[in-house]
Ligand binder design. Structure first.
Ligand SMILES: Cc1cc2nc3c(=O)[nH]c(=O)nc-3n(C[C@H](O)[C@H](O)[C@H](O)COP(=O)(O)OP(=O)(O)OC[C@H]3O[C@@H](n4cnc5c(N)ncnc54)[C@H](O)[C@@H]3O)c2cc1C
Length: 458
């Protein structure tokens, strides 16, 4: 190590929920430095929207993490307490048993058994909170302050560029945009944004990785009243579908009542996403329908597949745009056009989308922009959903693509997320171990505990 290198017990890469909860659990026990390339903590959009899914069956792969539902539940309760302690809204959704039972009953009358032995529609009730993009920032800022108050150092606007290892077991030498650091342990929590950069680094250190599934889907936007009855009870209702034509599994994801459809830039391409503010609501609700795609021979590189789908969808949008289509046009087999996008004659005046055609958003035909099987699955999922909530299949419903969740690189780890490279821990969405804020936070806790155990402190 060169003289003057700043040395720590633990370096955490990334100040998203995974990195923050790792740092929080290590605070006061070991010297900890969090390196974050952005100017603020909070990760993907400072915990944009901030729906906290408090069910162990959502946003986590218990098998991948090798923990039981009970253990996950207990940890999630601690994560929830931490958010509340720092000012998260106390309203809890998914607890009104009587009204949830009514929804489950409604589903039971319209679902059918599939050849796979399960149902074509399942509703998965879950307890949830909603912080809102506007208030989540404050909660994160308070949490960061208290972690720093407990002795953790944060270096913002600090991009990690390279990690090397002089010998097995450390120390790790970390080169950043602000100089060099060294540590005995490393917790890598780079999120989806940093996933591919870190994958190359991890492989160069000798970490074993494999391809996992990727979620490819669309964002659906409906008028607020269409979905209002259910979102009052279940803020982000989780419907699981088995599609009739292909028997594939799809699900609803990331519902934003009174929310906005948003553009997410990734590797120079446009993806669609959604969020909601706590204090200012729109007359629309948006949610994703995601199709989980796994690949075997001859191609297993789900990352490359996702990238190609994303690029082609943008290409179809005119080079660098999302494609947006009215459900009425999609079912009639015609493209959407700017001239008819708000046509009263077609029923499109019933809902004005929050991300209407304009710069970066092209009215078109998603069946040209997306792989056929995925389009079939998305259409059939919306039709299945319309059995429970009929208004979702109104012609004015608006569908945007591409929505792709890149959490497809998996790492071989032990149950505390230590990789086969001694003292290298991984956590969060970017390493395929979670799919949401609470899951990522739980990962961070697990990694921190792994380090404390090795130090004889847990
Ligand atoms: C618009 C939007 C809305 C969402 N809404 C919800 C929601 O309501 N509920 C929910 O549960 N989830 C939601 N998510 C997903 C959620 O944000 C993620 O699941 C979660 O943030 C993952 O946490 P993480 O810590 O693994 O990664 P991230 O939050 O992505 O944090 C990783 C951090 O690492 C930093 N980083 C990466 N590479 C480097 C590097 N080389 N050097 C230094 N720093 C680096 C990044 O800048 C980032 O801050 C939403 C995401 C988006 C984009």
């Amino acid at each position: 190590m060169s003289p003057g290198t700043d040395t720590w017990d633990v370096i955490v890469i990334g100040a998203g929920p995974a990195g923050l909860f790792a740092a929080r659990a290590l605070a006061g026990e070991l010297s900890v430095l969090v390196l974050e390339e952005k100017a603020r903590t909070g990760g993907a959009g400072a915990m944009t929207d901030g729906k906290l899914n408090l069910s162990p069956r959502i946003g986590l792969d218990l098998e991948e993490l090798r923990i039981t539902e009970e253990e996950a539940g207990a940890r999630i309760a601690r994560i929830d307490e931490a958010f509340l302690e720092h000012g998260a809204d106390r309203t809890l959704y998914g607890v009104d048993k009587e009204r949830i039972d009514l929804w489950l009953d409604r589903v039971s009358w319209v679902r059918h058994p599939t050849p796979k032995g399960d149902w074509d529609i399942t509703l998965l009730p879950a307890r949830q909170r909603h912080m809102g993009t506007d208030l989540a920032h404050r909660v994160v800022a308070r949490m960061t302050e208290s972690i720093a108050g407990d002795g953790v150092s944060f270096s913002l606007r600090t991009k990690v560029e390279e990690i090397t290892l002089r010998k097995s077991g450390g120390p790790f030498l970390v080169r950043t945009s602000k100089g060099r650091f060294a540590s005995r342990y490393l917790v890598a929590a780079p999120g989806r944004e940093g996933a591919y950069w870190f994958r190359e680094v991890a492989r160069s250190l000798g970490a074993r990785t494999r391809w996992g599934a990727i979620d490819i889907g669309c964002r659906v936007e409906v008028a607020l009243p269409v979905y209002g009855e259910i979102t009052q009870v279940l803020y982000d209702p989780k419907f699981l579908f088995v599609t009739p034509s292909h028997g594939d599994r799809t699900r609803t994801f990331c519902t934003n009542p009174g929310g906005r459809v948003r553009v997410e830039i990734r590797n120079g391409c446009r993806l669609v996403n959604g969020d909601a503010l706590k204090r200012r609501k729109t007359p629309c609700t948006n949610f994703a329908i995601l199709n989980t795609v796994s690949m075997t021979e001859p191609l297993q590189d789900t990352t490359e597949m996702g990238r190609k789908v994303m690029e082609f969808a943008n290409f179809w949008g005119g080079g660098d745009s999302l494609v947006v289509q009215r459900w009425g046009d999609l079912t009639a087999g015609r493209r959407s056009k700017a001239e008819t996008f708000h046509s009263a004659a077609l029923g499109y005046d019933k809902m004005t989308p929050t991300l209407p055609p304009g710069r970066g958003v092209t009215p078109g035909d998603i069946s040209f922009a997306y792989p056929g099987r995925i389009v079939d699955n998305l259409r059939e999922s919306l039709l299945l959903l319309s059995r429970v909530i009929p208004g979702v299949a109104h012609p004015s419903t608006t569908v945007y693509v591409p929505e792709i969740k890149f959490y497809d690189t998996k790492y071989d780890t032990d149950r505390h997320l230590e990789t086969n490279v001694p003292n290298l821990f991984v956590a969060g969405d970017g390493v395929g171990k979670s799919r949401g804020i609470v899951g990522a936070a739980l990962n961070g806790m697990l990694a921190a505990e792994g380090i404390l155990r090795k130090e004889g402190k847990a």
